[in-house]
Design a protein around this ligand. Structure first.
Ligand SMILES: NC(=O)c1ccc[n+]([C@@H]2O[C@H](COP(=O)([O-])OP(=O)(O)OC[C@H]3O[C@@H](n4cnc5c(N)ncnc54)[C@H](OP(=O)(O)O)[C@@H]3O)[C@@H](O)[C@H]2O)c1
Length: 308
């Protein structure tokens, strides 16, 4: 049995509903519906707007509707991929339709498993996941953590599902905002760096396409070196930096531009912002404001009335 087969076996062969086939939900759908892959034959998805349903349906060759309740009916796995401020509304729509043994996986930033459990008002297995858009091509990174009613087997099923799209890590829920700041937003930071490196190549006379390829492949190779050798990036950097050579001149420019302090601050700021995303930017002070926080504080009671 290949590793991929093991992933499939662990992730189950049943139906998957993806609610919110936008940028991230669409990337997950694209990965799950890879050409010729029979493993997830029963995939349903939803969006908010009917015209988008038609367009995305055509793009991904998946049946896409605007009916969340119908999509989750009988689904083994439900992936909640809407914006954080829409999570509560969608949960209210689907809560009575979810199967008792359904696995609900939310990728919404800032919305805790406790808030989801409380909004569902049912003892269902909830997993919170933080993927990134590279899942689309099987090069993603997804962190997962379990809610109160999810066991090791649910965590394993969710990990196996995301393992089809790249690397995975099981983490404490308290790390999720930081993971959002570093890993989910990370591709945008790397694209900015790649764009700038390519512009540097253009400045010294390289054609744009070649410069972009050189920058991207250098980043890919360096990333693979870190992941595959397990060596500290500083050690790998020293291998490239010949005494008195040209690389150290470039490194001096990067230090003068405070690249490291800038990147560290970028992750810090992104993480702090990520923790607030469940609050609507407009409509502040409304009943919906920070619902996730309120739901988290409320918690959910065990069958005997005790808080769990
Ligand atoms: N983008 C990323 O890199 C990334 C990474 C990790 C996690 N996330 C998380 O993923 C979630 C989605 O982010 P995104 O960037 O993919 O946003 P997006 O592109 O705006 O996608 C959101 C999708 O949700 C749909 N939607 C809205 N309300 C709905 C409803 N009531 N029922 C069904 N579908 C509904 C929208 O439908 P329409 O298409 O009709 O508008 C859209 O397709 C967020 O919670 C975010 O925190 C995103």
């Amino acid at each position: 049995m290949t590793n991929e087969d093991k992933c499939v076996e662990a992730s189950g062969r049943g139906s998957v509903a993806v609610l919110g086939a936008g940028k991230m939900g669409g990337a997950i759908l694209a990965a799950l519906t890879k050409a010729g892959d029979p493993r997830f034959a029963d995939i349903r998805a939803t969006v908010q707007h009917a015209h988008r349903a038609a367009t995305v349906s055509k793009q991904l060759s998946v049946k896409i509707t605007t009916d969340n309740s119908a999509a989750v009916r009988d689904a083994d796995v439900v992936l909640l991929c809407v914006k954080p401020t829409y999570v509560r509304g969608v949960l209210q729509e689907i809560r009575s339709e979810l199967r008792e043994d359904a696995l609900l996986i939310s990728i919404a930033s800032a919305v805790t498993t406790q808030a989801i459990e409380s909004a569902l008002g049912r003892h269902l297995a909830v997993i919170r996941a933080m993927p990134n858009t590279a899942c689309r091509i099987g090069m993603g990174m997804t962190a997962v953590c379990a809610g109160r009613f999810a066991g090791a087997e649910h965590l394993a099923r969710a990990s196996a599902l995301f393992a089809l799209m790249g690397r995975t890590a099981e983490v404490e829920e308290s790390m999720m905002d930081a993971i959002t700041g570093l890993s989910a937003s990370g591709p945008a930071f790397i694209y900015t760096i790649l764009e700038a490196l390519a512009e540097g190549g253009i400045r010294v006379g390289l054609p744009r396409e070649l410069a972009t390829t050189l920058a991207a492949q250098a980043a890919l190779g360096a990333s693979a070196m870190v992941l595959e050798t397990g060596q500290h990036p500083a050690i790998l950097k020293s291998e490239v930096t010949t005494p008195g050579g040209c690389t150290v001149e470039g490194l001096l420019e990067l230090e003068t531009g405070s690249i490291r302090a800038t990147l560290i601050r970028a992750i810090d700021t992104t993480t702090r912002k990520a923790s607030t995303l469940a609050r609507p930017a407009t409509n502040a002070g409304s009943e919906q404001d920070s619902w996730a926080k309120a739901e988290s504080a409320k918690g959910i009671e065990a069958g005997d009335g005790r808080p769990v």
